[in-house]
Design a protein around this ligand. Structure first.
Ligand code: SAM
Length: 443
């Protein structure tokens, strides 16, 4: 199976995992299907239907369309479901209006505003980012601003061998899988006639080794990797990494091999308890979990400063260098134009929740029409509503308004403290001799 997270193709297909983008920060994962297999979908003439706050979407309208398409809500034949639908209809109308206004403020197109009269979603392929905002939470998760920075700092790239503990809800796992995936061995790499093309068929050379000690969470993340076609990239293990380390084996009887990791991410309550297993020289004679031919970059993720202190102390004791703590403070700046002039006069005093949705949308359309006319030059000779006064630094067109900005309050700024460090590669006498021999050829 080709993972939709790695190569979704251009057009949606039956059985694809899709992300229905409802609005910013809100999307719904859905497996596209025409076969009614669950009771949830019985009673719709259209077959499988996904109901959202913005309307009903039969899957037949979402299969075979280019990813990114806007899909309008359909009037579905709800049969026995009619009563429930009617109860929700009023609430939904107000939400449709809210959606259209959000889009309008975000500068999305007039077309989008008009389509909202019946409700719409955008059909997106699954990505680690939209999976993170819609995944079933089994634990706290690492969000995109943190994992984007972490993956960059631990130098995760195609071909990396990355250790992750614990797997938790698999949010970081998806992003890490995409970062390290480097395709599958070709015929010439493997020496065989067969060429690997799909995740799950042949293993990716870049790998994520993901450890979780909670049995149920491990089972879920393992199943999810198979469902998402990422099992050729991610190797999940049920393990208490404090007690049993990070070598690769299924059960105690099996031979233990090294994951040869060069990137490590520890999202554990006590990362310092895992660090004794992440050294180059193993006194007990077991192989090291680290790549002997590369420097190793680590990140630990802890909400409290006391945890950071213990981690830093253990890192120092186990020879890690360049130890640094970072806190990613994510701020969203909302920029909007405050209109004072002609174009938005019609919307003053309109309470979107108190009015009829058709009436409010007619007003919005009128606003958009006037703006279009203005840009087309048909109003070019009209006098500015504000008399052409200065707003801030510049002279504005007749209803250009004033740009204002503020930090959006709802974003949590503290997620966790990130501790980074590097363990240089070991350098033996043989390595030095080989290096000398190589240089001498060029001198
Ligand atoms: N990074 C994950 C994500 O983005 O979804 C969330 C990880 S969650 C905060 C921490 C996980 O570590 C939990 O699922 C917990 O069961 C697991 N854990 C705690 N101690 C562990 C240990 N000793 N060995 C393996 N996993 C452990």
């Amino acid at each position: 199976m080709v993972s939709p997270f790695l190569s979704p193709g251009l057009v949606s297909k039956e059985h694809d995992l899709a992300s229905l983008h409802l609005r910013r920060d809100q999307s719904l994962p859905v497996v596209l299907s025409t076969e009614v297999t669950s009771a949830e979908h019985v009673g719709y003439a259209e077959g499988v239907v996904t109901n959202t706050r913005f309307g009903s979407f039969p899957h037949t309208t979402m299969i075979g369309v280019p990813w990114g398409s806007q899909i309008r809500a359909s009037k579905v034949d709800t049969g026995s479901r009619g009563r429930k639908e009617a109860i929700n209809a009023k609430k939904r109308k107000a939400e449709v209006l809210e959606q259209s206004q959000t889009n309008s403020q975000n500068g999305e197109s007039v077309v989008a505003v008009e389509a909202a009269s019946s409700g719409f979603v955008h059909l997106l392929p699954p990505t680690p980012e939209n999976w993170t905002i819609s995944l079933p939470h089994r634990t706290q998760v690492v969000y995109t601003p943190d994992y984007a920075y972490i993956l960059h700092r631990i130098r995760a790239r195609p071909g990396s061998r990355l250790i992750e503990a614990g797997s938790g809800s698999g949010s970081f796992t998806h992003a890490a899988a995409r970062a390290v995936f480097n395709g599958y061995p070709t015929a010439s790499d493997s020496g065989s006639e067969q060429q690997g093309t799909a995740a799950g068929d042949v293993e990716s050379l870049g790998k994520v080794f993901s450890y979780e000690f909670h049995a149920e969470r491990h089972k879920k993340v393992k199943a999810e990797m198979v469902e998402h076609g990422l099992d050729g990239v991610v190797h999940t293990m049920h393990r208490d990494v404090y007690a049993d380390g990070l070598l690769v084996y299924k059960d105690e009887s099996e031979e233990k091999t090294s994951p040869e990791a060069n990137a490590i991410f520890l999202d554990l309550p006590a990362p310092w308890e895992a660090l004794p297993h992440l050294t180059r020289d193993r006194r007990d004679g077991t192989p090291s979990a680290l790549d002997p031919n590369s420097a190793v970059h680590i990140c630990t993720f802890s909400p409290c400063i006391e945890q950071v202190q213990k981690t830093v102390s253990a890192l120092r004791q186990h020879d890690w260098l360049d130890i640094e703590m970072v806190e990613v403070q994510h701020k969203r700046i909302e920029v909007r134009r405050e209109y004072t002039g002609l174009a938005y006069e019609g919307m003053r005093g309109v309470n979107p929740y108190a009015v009829d949705v058709e009436e409010a949308l007619a007003k919005l359309r009128e606003v958009e029409r006037r703006a279009r006319d203005f840009h087309a030059g048909s109003l070019a000779d009209r006098k500015p509503a504000n008399g052409g006064q200065q707003h801030g630094g510049g002279k504005l067109p007749f209803d250009g308004g004033k740009l204002v900005h503020r930090t959006e309050p709802e974003i949590k700024t503290h997620t966790s403290y990130l501790v980074f460090a590097v363990l240089p590669r070991a350098w033996s006498e043989e390595d030095e001799a080989a290096a000398q021999a190589k240089w001498s050829k060029h001198v």
